[in-house]
Design a protein around this ligand. Sequence first.
Ligand SMILES: Cc1ncc(COP(=O)(O)O)c(C=O)c1O
Length: 389
Amino acid sequence: MAFSERVTRLKSSLIREILAAAQRPEVMSFAGGLPAEAMLPALDWAGMPTSMGQYGTSEGEPALRELLAAEARALGIACQASQVLVLSGSQQALDLATKLYIDKGTEVIVEGPTYLAALQTFQLFGAECLSVPLGADGPHIDALRARLEQHAPAFVYLIPTFQNPSGVRYSEAARARVAALLDEFGVTLIEDEPYRELTYDGGMAAPIAGRLRKASWVYTGTVSKTLLPGLRVGYLIASPDLFAHLLRLKQAADLHTNRVGQWQAMQWLGTEKYRQHLGELRGFYRERRDAMQQALEQHLGDLADWHVPQGGLFFWLTLKQPIDTRTLVAAAMAQDVAFMPGEPFFADPDANPGCLRLNFSHVAPHRLQEGVLRLAHVIRQAQAAQAAA
Ligand SMILES: Cc1ncc(COP(=O)(O)O)c(C=O)c1O
């Protein structure tokens, strides 16, 4: 059978296997980025007009676009509703940006580590992903400058707020420096912010897109982490030079985002009910974050280093004695523990051994201790075996 040449770049996914196995009820899963089931709000469908069952516009529901533009303006992004495109999840922003920019061999800059499904999308279309290492406050600026001087990337893809997988939130200074560099080199920014609202210390920092003076940009967000991922409602906001192209790509992909999900999102965004829900969500996740921190200190303190995440859904651990964490997956699964190995979050996995991503939103606190204890045991055994070899 003759498939497209890009299909040869589809990776067999260890990640898909982990996530599938993690569905088993007995498994303590630190693997996915799922919201806690208990915090998915109950939806009220009463009052939804029948017209929401009809085809809609590719741009999205006008009232929702207005709402999203107003929210973005409040974050310092000067934009109009005409620059908002409602999407089938923010994942679609990555797909559309890929189709807009990437041919085989196109260079793009990503953080090291970065969101692995973004890497997969970019690489499927043949991108050469160039990494810039991520520090505690943002990307290494000298490394970013060097990349921009030596290459002509189509875009820079960044997750500046509670990054997946590292949990890093860029400082104000890092945001300003990144914006200045992108303006200086005239390189497009793709800024992905699904975790912005999940802040546990109350801290907020304005997006980088709003700081740009010259460079083109795409800012993307979603209701997946604050309402329900099953709604499949996200959005992008783009600089005017990019919008018309992205709109045509959206139309070609799926005509428009499901209208019932858009209608539901409109019942929440900007309302008092939503503000209240966000407050409860932050409290709930902060507690789980703290429980995870306690379990990690108790069982993994001698094995790994990490920063306590101030938002988002993940701890990112660096083993003091590096080992390819992909080799730990089977042993952990045998103990009914799922986690995400760190290597696939890097453009060059084999050069970056020894990190793990642990989600803290999903496992109930009373099972969490046991899960972390078992994981620590698996790591100790593997390291002992490595030392003996
Ligand atoms: C960084 C990042 N971008 C995009 C997405 C996709 O989210 P959505 O459900 O809106 O498609 C995720 C989901 O985990 C994510 O972590």
